[in-house]
Design a protein around this ligand. Structure first.
Ligand code: ADP
Length: 915
C-alpha cells in the first residue's frame, strides 16, 4: 500500500512500531485505520466508517481523545499491544509520533486490583535469570535460578505474569513457550536482543538502582541481564513509571515453598479447578479491606515462606490481633479508608495522577498515624511484632508529605486539573493574587447589571456570556431607546438587543487573562506537587506495603477467631501432627468431621484408602493447606497442630477430577508424576491423589507401586497417597516408613446402606474399590464387570516383589501375590522385612509377572466375540447366566450403590461356580 495523506502517515507510523495496533491522534480523536480499524471495531463494537485518501478508501474507527484510555485498556486486556501516537504542534502545522506502547505487562490504567507482572527470563551458563516488575506498584524483583529451566519456570509461573520477555537464547525453547501457553495467559514479547546483552543490561540496572545495589546484592549475571532487559522494555514502551521502580529486591527462591502451577490449581488456592474465584482458599480467608491487602494476601498464599523467624513474627502478630478484638476492629476500620499507595505512587511518577489521587495519598498517609495510634492503645498489640510493621515506614517523612499535601490541596479537589479549584488558599502567593484579581473581576461583572440599571434606569438589563459573543449586556426591546451612547450593539434578537462596551470588553480580556494564568499556575503547582509525591515513591511504597501487611494480618486474625483456628507450632523436624484438623474451605459449607493426622520420621508415607467419595481427597488437601497456611504465618483449622516446615508442596490429582475438566490424559498424569519425582526432596510434602488411573489396572498398579518405592526409598518426602489399588496397602508391612490410614464408612461399602463417617482411622480398608470407581466414573457396565473378571484373572499366578526398605538398597523385601492378595514371604525367594535376604532384583521395581498369563488375560478382553475360551471354561454355565444378567442391567437407570451391589452379587455367583 502506498497511501498518502493521513492514512499514509498512519501506515508509516505503524511500520515503525512492532505493536499490534496503532491509535493515532487526529485533532479531538484517536483514529485507527485499515486493518487496525477492523480489528478494533470487532473487539470493541465500534462502528467503522470509510476514509477516502487519494482515490482509495480505508476503514476508519475513532474514539474521542478523552475516552482513549478505557478503549486501550480493553484492547490490552484482550492481549493486544497498542501503540499510541500523539499529535503536537510544530512551527508548520503539527506532527505525530508514537509516544507509548501499552502492553499487557506495562499497562498502568488497569482496573484490576491484582498484581500485574512483566517478567524477563534469560538463560546462560550460570543458570536462569528471572526479573519481574509490576509497573502499577513499582515492585521489582530479580533472582538467578540454578536448577534448570524447569525450576525457573516454576518460579515464573508463581507470578502469573501478564507479559514475558524471553531472552534471545530462549526464544525457540519449546518447554518455555508451551509452558507459558499452557500455564499462563502471558503475552510473549520479543524485546530487542541488545537489551539482554550482559554489559548493556548491567549498566541499565545500575543506572536505575545504583551500582552499589546491583553489584552488592549478589544477584548473579543472569538475574542482572533479566533485570536490565526488563527496565529497558519499560522505558521503551513509554509507560513513564521508571522512577517508581525504586528498589531492586533480590529474593531467594530457596527460602520460598516451591509450589508449581499444577499444585496451585489442585489445591484451589486462588480459584477452583473449574476456574471460579469463589470456593478457593483465598476466597475463604480473604477478609482484607484494601486492594493492596488483597494483593499481598494472594502473594503470601502463592509464595509461602520457609523462614521460621519471619513466620513466627507473622504468627505473633496474628496471635495478638486474635486476642485483642477491640483494637483489631479499630484497626480494620482505619485500614478500610486506605487507598492503594503503591499504585498512586506509580501514577504520580508517570504523571497520570489527578488531584483526587494526591488527596488520597495524603488521606492514606495519615492513616499510618491512626494505625500506629490504634496499635499503641492496645498493650497486647504494642508488645507484639505487629508494632514493628509500621517501623519500616519513615513516619517523619510521611508526616511531612502529608502536611505539604494538606496545605496544598483543598479538602475535596475535583477529578481533573482543568477544572481548577485544586489548590488551597495560602499555598501560593501568586496563585492567591491571581484568584483575588479574578474574583474581583468577576464581582465587577456580576455587579454590572445592577450598576447599569441604576445608572440608566433600564429595568430589563442582564449581563451574560456565551462562546461567540463573550460577555455582553442584554436589554429588552421596549427599553432599547434608553441605552447610553457608549453601548455598541452587537446583535439583535427577537425581544432584545445585545451590546458591548469598551469597559466590559476590557474587563473581559482581563478576566480571560486571569483565568488563563490562574489555570496555568494551578497546573504548574499541581505538577510540582505531583513531582514531589513522585519523588517520594519509595516512601509511599513502604507505607502502602506496611498498611497492606497490617490488613493481611488483621484478616488472618479475623478468620482465625471466627473459625476457631489455632496457632501451629513450627518445627524443622519433618513432622506433621494435626489434632482435629479441618479443611479450610470445606468446613465453611459443611458440617465437617475433624480428623487427625500424624506423620514423623518413622511414618513419612501414608497410604490413604477408602471408598470413592469417602473423603480421601479432602483429607489430603486439608493436610497440604494446613501446611501452606502455617507457612504464610497464618493460624490453621485444627485443635492443635505442629507443622514441620516444607521446601515444597507437590500434588498430583486423580484422573477422575481431571476427567471432569476434560484435560486428563495419561501423558499429563505421568508428566506430573515425573515432575514430582524429579523435584521433591526429603523436605517436601507430596500429595498423590491416585496414580496410574489413566491406564490399565496392570500398568497403573505397577507405576503406583514403583513410585511409592521411589518416594519412600530414594526421596524420603512426606507423602500422602490415596489409591484405589488396595494392593498397595500391604506395602506398609514391608516398607519401614509406610503406614496405612483409611476413611471409615459404616456398613458394607458395596452395599446400599453405606454411611460415610468421614473419620480417618489407622490401617487399610479391607477391599479394593477399583471397579466401584470405574463404575462411578461412568464406565459402561459391561466394561466394569469385565474389568473385574480380568483383574481376577490377572491375580492368578501374579506376584510383585517389594523393593528396598528404609535403606533403599534395592533388595527384595517381600513378594506380593496378587492372587492371594497378600505377601508370600520366605517361600519363593521373597523374604520377611529386613532379614537381609540376598534376592536382589535389578532393573525396574515391578516385575510384570509371567508373560503367558499377561498375554492371555489381555487377549481375552474382547468380550464381544464370546471371550477367551479359558474364561468360559472356568466359569461354566453360571457364567452364561451372569453374563445375561449383566447384559440386562440398565446402567444409566441404576443407582451406583445398587450397581455395586449387583456386581458384588454377580461376583459371588461366579466364585461359587468357580469353586
Ligand atoms: P474421595 O477423595 O474419597 O472421593 P472427597 O474427598 O472428594 O472423597 O470427599 C467427598 C465428599 O465428602 C466431598 O463433598 C467433601 O466435601 C465431603 N467430605 C470429605 N471429608 C469430609 C469431612 N471430614 N467432613 C465432612 N465432609 C467431608
Amino acid at each position: 500500500m502506498n497511501a498518502t495523506g493521513i492514512v499514509g502517515e498512519f501506515l508509516a507510523l505503524k511500520e515503525e512500531t512492532d505493536a499490534d495496533l496503532l491509535a493515532m491522534q487526529c485533532g479531538d480523536f484517536y483514529e485507527f485505520f485499515a486493518d487496525d480499524a477492523e480489528t478494533v471495531a470487532d473487539e470493541l463494537d465500534l462502528s467503522v466508517s470509510q476514509k477516502s485518501s487519494h482515490g482509495s478508501s480505508y476503514p476508519m474507527a475513532g474514539v474521542p481523545v478523552d475516552e482513549l484510555t478505557p478503549y486501550v485498556s480493553a484492547l490490552v486486556e484482550r492481549g493486544y499491544r497498542v501503540a499510541v501516537a500523539d499529535q503536537h504542534e510544530t512551527a508548520d502545522g503539527h506532527a505525530r509520533e508514537v509516544t507509548r506502547v501499552v502492553t499487557p505487562g506495562t499497562h498502568l490504567e488497569t482496573a484490576d486490583d491484582a498484581a500485574q507482572y512483566l517478567a524477563a527470563l534469560v538463560a546462560d551458563e550460570d543458570g536462569h535469570g528471572l526479573a519481574v516488575a509490576d509497573v502499577t506498584t513499582g515492585a521489582f524483583r530479580a533472582t538467578t535460578v540454578e536448577d534448570g529451566l524447569g525450576a525457573a519456570l516454576t518460579e515464573l509461573y508463581k507470578f502469573d505474569p501478564a507479559e514475558v520477555l524471553p531472552g534471545p537464547e530462549l526464544r525457540a525453547d519449546d518447554d518455555l513457550l508451551s509452558g507459558l501457553d499452557e500455564r499462563t495467559d502471558a503475552n510473549v514479547t520479543l524485546h530487542a536482543t541488545e537489551a539482554f546483552a550482559p554489559a548493556r543490561a548491567r549498566s541499565r540496572a545500575r543506572e536505575q538502582f545504583g551500582a552499589e545495589a546491583v553489584d552488592s546484592v549478589g544477584l548473579g549475571e543472569p538475574a542482572v541481564r533479566a533485570a536490565g532487559a526488563t527496565l529497558s522494555y519499560v522505558e521503551e514502551t513509554g509507560a513513564g513509571v521508571l522512577a517508581s521502580i525504586t528498589r531492586l529486591q533480590r529474593y531467594d527462591p530457596g527460602r520460598r515453598v516451591a509450589l508449581d502451577a499444577t499444585t496451585q490449581r489442585n489445591l484451589e488456592l486462588t480459584e477452583t479447578m473449574s476456574g471460579d474465584g469463589s470456593g478457593s482458599l483465598v476466597d475463604a480467608v480473604d477478609h482484607t479491606v484494601t486492594a493492596a491487602g488483597g494483593r499481598l494476601l494472594r502473594e503470601w498464599i502463592r509464595r509461602p515462606r520457609r523462614d521460621r523467624a519471619e513466620l513466627r513474627r507473622r504468627q505473633g502478630a496474628v496471635g495478638a490481633l486474635a486476642e485483642a478484638a477491640m483494637a483489631r476492629e479499630e484497626l480494620r476500620e482505619v485500614l478500610g479508608d486506605a487507598y492503594d499507595l503503591a499504585r498512586l505512587a506509580s501514577r504520580s511518577v508517570s504523571g497520570s495522577a489527578d488531584p483526587r489521587d494526591l488527596r488520597a495519598v495524603a488521606r492514606t498517609l495519615e492513616l499510618v498515624e491512626s494505625a500506629a495510634a490504634a496499635i499503641g492503645r492496645s498493650d497486647r498489640l504494642a508488645d507484639s511484632p505487629l508494632a514493628a510493621v509500621l517501623d519500616r515506614v519513615d513516619r517523619e517523612a510521611t508526616a511531612r508529605l502529608t502536611t505539604t499535601l494538606d496545605e496544598a490541596l483543598v479538602a475535596e479537589p475535583p477529578g481533573t486539573v482543568t477544572e481548577g479549584g485544586i489548590l488551597a488558599r495560602g499555598y501560593d502567593e501568586e496563585l492567591d493574587g491571581l484568584i483575588e484579581d479574578h474574583e474581583a473581576a468577576l464581582e465587577w461583572i456580576e455587579a454590572l447589571p445592577d450598576r447599569e440599571k441604576r445608572r440608566t434606569g433600564i429595568t430589563h438589563l442582564t449581563v451574560d456570556r456565551n462562546k461567540t459573543d463573550g460577555y455582553y449586556i442584554q436589554v429588552g426591546k421596549s427599553e432599547t431607546d434608553r441605552v447610553p451612547e457608549e453601548y455598541d450593539r452587537i446583535k439583535t434578537l427577537k425581544n432584545s438587543q445585545r451590546y458591548e462596551t469598551d469597559e466590559l470588553a476590557e474587563r473581559e480580556r482581563e478576566l480571560f487573562r486571569l483565568e488563563e494564568r490562574r489555570a496555568e499556575r494551578e497546573r504548574e503547582l499541581f505538577e510540582g506537587l505531583c513531582e514531589r509525591v513522585g519523588e517520594r515513591a519509595e516512601l509511599l511504597q513502604d507505607a502502602g506495603r506496611a498498611l497492606a501487611e497490617l490488613d493481611v494480618l488483621v484478616a488472618l486474625a479475623t478468620h482465625a477467631v471466627r473459625n476457631d483456628w489455632t496457632r501451629p507450632e513450627l518445627t524443622e523436624d519433618g513432622g506433621l501432627d494435626v489434632t482435629a484438623g479441618r479443611h479450610p474451605v470445606v468446613e465453611r459449607t459443611t458440617e465437617f468431621v475433624p480428623n487427625d493426622l500424624h506423620m514423623d520420621e518413622d511414618r513419612r508415607f501414608l497410604i490413604v484408602t477408602g471408598p470413592n467419595m469417602s473423603g480421601k481427597s479432602t483429607y489430603m488437601r486439608q493436610a497440604a493447606l494446613i501446611v501452606l497456611l502455617a507457612q504464610i504465618g497464618s493460624f490453621v483449622p485444627a485443635r492443635e497442630a505442629t507443622v514441620g516446615l516444607v521446601d515444597g508442596i507437590y500434588t498430583r490429582v486423580g484422573a477422575l477430577d481431571e476427567l471432569a475438566q476434560g484435560r486428563s490424559t495419561f501423558m499429563v498424569e505421568m508428566r506430573e508424576l515425573s515432575n514430582i519425582l524429579h523435584s521433591a526432596t526429603e523436605e517436601s510434602l507430596v500429595i498423590l491423589d491416585e496414580v496410574g488411573r489413566g491406564t490399565a489396572t496392570y500398568d497403573g498398579i505397577s507405576i503406583a507401586w514403583a513410585a511409592t518405592e521411589y518416594l519412600h526409598n530414594e526421596i524420603g518426602a512426606r507423602t500422602l497417597f490415596a489409591t484405589h489399588y488396595h494392593e498397595l496397602t500391604t506395602l506398609a508391612d514391608h516398607l519401614d516408613r509406610v503406614a496405612n490410614v483409611h476413611v471409615a464408612v459404616d456398613g458394607d461399602p458395596d452395599g446400599e446402606d453405606v454411611t460415610f463417617l468421614r473419620t480417618v482411622r489407622e490401617g487399610p480398608t479391607d477391599r479394593s474399590y477399583g471397579v466401584h470407581v470405574a463404575d462411578l466414573a461412568g464406565v459402561p457396565g459391561p466394561v466394569v464387570d469385565r474389568s473385574r473378571a480380568v483383574l481376577d484373572r490377572l491375580r492368578e499366578d501374579e506376584a510383585i516383589e517389594v523393593q528396598g526398605g528404609g535403606g533403599g538398597d534395592g533388595t527384595t523385601q517381600a513378594v506380593f501375590d496378587l492372587s492371594a492378595g497378600e505377601f508370600t514371604t520366605g517361600e519363593d525367594g521373597g523374604a520377611d522385612t529386613g532379614d537381609g535376604d540376598d534376592g536382589t532384583v535389578g532393573g525396574p521395581g515391578v516385575d510384570a509377572g509371567s508373560e503367558a498369563t499377561d498375554g492371555d488375560a489381555i487377549g481375552g478382553s474382547a468380550t464381544a466375540d464370546g471371550g477367551a475360551p479359558g474364561r468360559r471354561d472356568r466359569f461354566g454355565e453360571e457364567a452364561e447366566a451372569v453374563l445375561e444378567r449383566l447384559a440386562d442391567i440398565e446402567v444409566d437407570e441404576t443407582p451406583p450403590v445398587e450397581l455395586m451391589a449387583t456386581v458384588q452379587e454377580l461376583q459371588d455367583r461366579l466364585e461359587t461356580d468357580d469353586g
